[in-house]
Design a protein around this ligand. Structure first.
Ligand SMILES: Cc1ncc(COP(=O)(O)O)c(C=O)c1O
Length: 460
């Protein structure tokens, strides 16, 4: 392993948590009990957990200090006003409505704006956004540019939306579109960023058609960092100013604070429209809580307020994105194919290329997550046929998404260079003998977000 692939961490470690090793036999038993679904594994039995970067950040000493100073008043807590001020400063919208996590922000927004026959376009919807739309019998449409699906195209902004498609779509269906979403960075498309030029164009189109434009802003700081490094004219801008500029083109945002607010739980909706904000707050009271806490404790609001400021520290963002790119460089050496370029928060391995002997209907991505865990105790997540495949209710046949990926999401400030070196070595070992990995079939599945609970069996 080349340590030079990795950046020096701009922090030192003040508290540690032990991680236990398991034997291969133990892991095999755990897999069988979990129905070969890594979501069903006890975390204690996982050595390196790359299931998600969501809610898995290490909080800083200052965030923990905020936890102790949280104001737990039911209404009007000091911690809420601090949080509201930080969000307003960064995002620039008038109303700030906390929720317990990102999908709750999506739910209160979509329950308020979606009608019968609504359609919501995005670059690519994340699974919870899509589910929150589809569960209300509305339609979620992806309008990413074609390159978003090309794993080999090395381009700076593969998260961009195809704005000619958006224009044509709104011409035809504008009356049915209550909001246009934009996911930054584009988690379901390789964690790729969206350019400011694209954001500006989307905004102009939405304004022309009188449709509100909202960000799914979970990874806004990583997106802003890529704009600074890759988009002409912004090299000298601070990431904070770039973020502010991004949001200046929109009407609001939903955010899962579990990513770029560096906390373990939290989210919010922020927006400008007073009437819509009032309706969302009414909805919030039914399902989440009073609008100054929205499903969170005062201490959570303190930790989010602090995390939102820390995430804009450019030495942190440089380390963060270099760490992910460093893992990519090691995989290049090991000839493990992945979606290029490396994403902001994750590497997305091209599972169908790594395991060419497993056909799509035998879930090669899922099979890779099983193999990685069985061989090395590493947990990753499939973003392919298991997550996004759809069964035709009449024929029972599966339609598969364009890409069959396994995401190695890197928790923020948690793992060191040697942990990631071990991950690269483990994948390299699978790449040397791919024929040892078996395909799977689904034996049990739920109608929505099936990947969380589906059970599989291996096919010999
Ligand atoms: C792009 C995107 N949107 C929304 C969400 C949902 O956030 P949460 O898990 O906090 O509900 C996620 C979570 O991973 C995400 O990546």
């Amino acid at each position: 392993m080349r340590l030079s692939s990795f950046p020096v961490e701009p922090f030192k470690i003040k508290m540690v948590e032990s991680i236990g090793r398991t034997t291969r036999a133990e892991r095999d038993k755990c897999l069988r009990t979990a129905g070969f679904n890594v979501f069903g594994l006890p975390a204690e039995k996982v050595f390196i957990d790359l299931l998600t970067d969501s809610g898995t950040s290490a909080m800083s000493d200052r965030q923990w200090a905020g936890i102790m100073t949280g104001d737990e008043s039911y209404a009007g807590a000091r911690s809420f006003y601090r949080f509201e001020k930080v969000v307003r400063d960064i995002f620039g919208f008038a109303y700030v409505i906390p929720t317990h996590q990102g999908r709750a922000a999506e739910r209160v927004l979509f329950e308020t704006v979606l009608g019968k026959n609504s359609i919501v376009p995005s670059n690519i919807h994340f699974d919870t956004t899509r589910a929150n739309i589809e569960v209300r019998k509305a339609k979620a449409v992806d309008l990413a540019a074609a390159e978003a699906y090309d794993p080999d195209a090395i381009l700076p902004f593969k998260g961009d939306m195809d704005t000619s498609k958006l224009e044509a779509f709104l011409e035809r269906n504008g009356a049915r579109v209550p909001v246009v979403m934009l996911t930054v960075t584009n988690n379901s498309g390789g964690g790729q960023p969206v350019s400011l030029a694209n954001i500006r164009r989307i905004s102009a189109i939405c304004r022309r058609h009188n449709v509100p434009f909202f960000f799914d802003a979970c990874r806004f700081a990583e997106n802003a960092w890529f704009i600074k490094g890759r988009e002409k004219g912004y090299e000298r801008w601070s990431v904070r100013d770039i973020a502010r500029k991004m949001f200046s083109f929109a009407d609001g945002a939903t955010m899962s604070a579990k990513k770029d607010a560096l906390v373990n739980m939290g989210g919010f909706v922020t927006l400008n429209d007073p009437e819509l904000a009032a309706r969302i707050k009414n909805n919030l009271i039914i399902g989440e809580g009073f609008p100054t806490y929205g499903g969170l404790a005062g201490r959570d609001l303190e930790a989010m307020a602090q995390g939102l400021q820390e995430v804009l520290d450019e030495s942190y963002l440089e380390y963060r994105t270099r760490q992910v790119a460093g893992l990519g460089e090691l995989l290049d050496e090991a000839r493990v194919p992945y979606f290029k370029p490396a994403g902001g928060h994750a590497i997305y391995v091209l599972a169908d290329r790594l395991l060419p002997q497993i056909p799509r209907n035998r879930f090669p991505g899922w099979a890779l997550t099983v193999a990685l865990y069985r061989e090395s105790g590493i947990r990753a997540v499939e973003i392919g046929g298991g997550m996004f495949g759809r069964k035709d209710p009449k024929t029972g046949r599966e339609a598969f998404p364009a890409l069959e990926l396994v995401r190695l999401a890197i928790p923020r400030r948690v793992y060191t260079a040697s942990h990631l070196g071990f991950v690269a070595e483990s994948l390299a070992a699978i790449a040397r003998k791919p024929e040892r990995v078996k395909g799977l079939r689904i034996v049990e599945e739920a109608p929505f977000l099936r990947h969380f609970t589906a059970r599989f069996e291996e096919i010999d």
